[in-house]
Ligand binder design. Sequence first.
Ligand SMILES: Nc1ncnc2c1ncn2[C@@H]1O[C@H](COP(=O)(O)OP(=O)(O)OP(=O)(O)O)[C@@H](O)[C@H]1O
Ligand SMILES: [Mg+2]
Length: 250
Amino acid sequence: MRTRYAVEIVDLHKSYGKTVALNGLTLRVEPGEIYGLIGPNGAGKTTTLKILCGLLKPDKGVVRVYGYDVVRERLKALKLIGYVPENPVVFQNLSVEEFLRFIIALRGIDSEEVSSELSYYLEVFDLEDKRHKLLGELSRGMIQKVLVTAAFLVKPKVLVMDEPMAGMDPSSQHAFKREVKKLAAQGVTVIISSHLLDLVEKFCTRVGIIHRGRIVLEGSVDGVKRYATGKPRGSLEEVFLEIVGKGGER
Ligand SMILES: Nc1ncnc2c1ncn2[C@@H]1O[C@H](COP(=O)(O)OP(=O)(O)OP(=O)(O)O)[C@@H](O)[C@H]1O
Ligand SMILES: [Mg+2]
């Protein structure tokens, strides 16, 4: 390993035409952390995660995954990542099992090798009876669980998940948190964006608040709650509203 960081993002800039999405964003995540990226709509979370996963090129800045530069050593970096996108485009005419086996094969993993894990996650997410159902026939929450399963099955060292719990029912959210914690305990690094602040507060080992394209506050949940005054605020939500204001959008 060439660095102590699983993910290192330094001075990232990205604009879409005249819209500045990222404006000098820096964050570093150590192996086994569950890092929660929170911030208002349009803050730059998805843009950051897409750059981290090689789907967008930064205008400026460096992104490394276990020391591999995602632009210059793209394949080596991307092989380490499992990604749950914000707006999934899935193959409507593949069954759940076909889709999962397809994703596994794309990553060069023998699907027999992960057959038992595949069955395990279908069971955990209450999808076993949907194994042969087409993706086009699933509900939003079910699709989300299939995408999370796909990201788990590629045996990532870094799990990047953009709003992974969107649409998940409470028992699925519970199972999701339990499984992510298990992976993190095995050394998998997790970066998760979410608007569910209660959940982030209980679940993440570290939190970064992103606002207007940069991290404006970062630390443990307790550290973030004590920011500036040293006195703990009642909740992460309170801190969030103080920092980004009640109308968070730019
Ligand atoms: N494809 C695009 N073309 C033009 N502008 C874009 C594009 N994608 C994002 N943006 C803009 O970049 C900024 C950051 O968007 P981004 O999707 O990264 O925010 P986000 O923090 O993920 O928001 P949300 O909480 O709504 O998911 C916003 O101003 C958005 O309008
Ligand atoms: Mg987003």
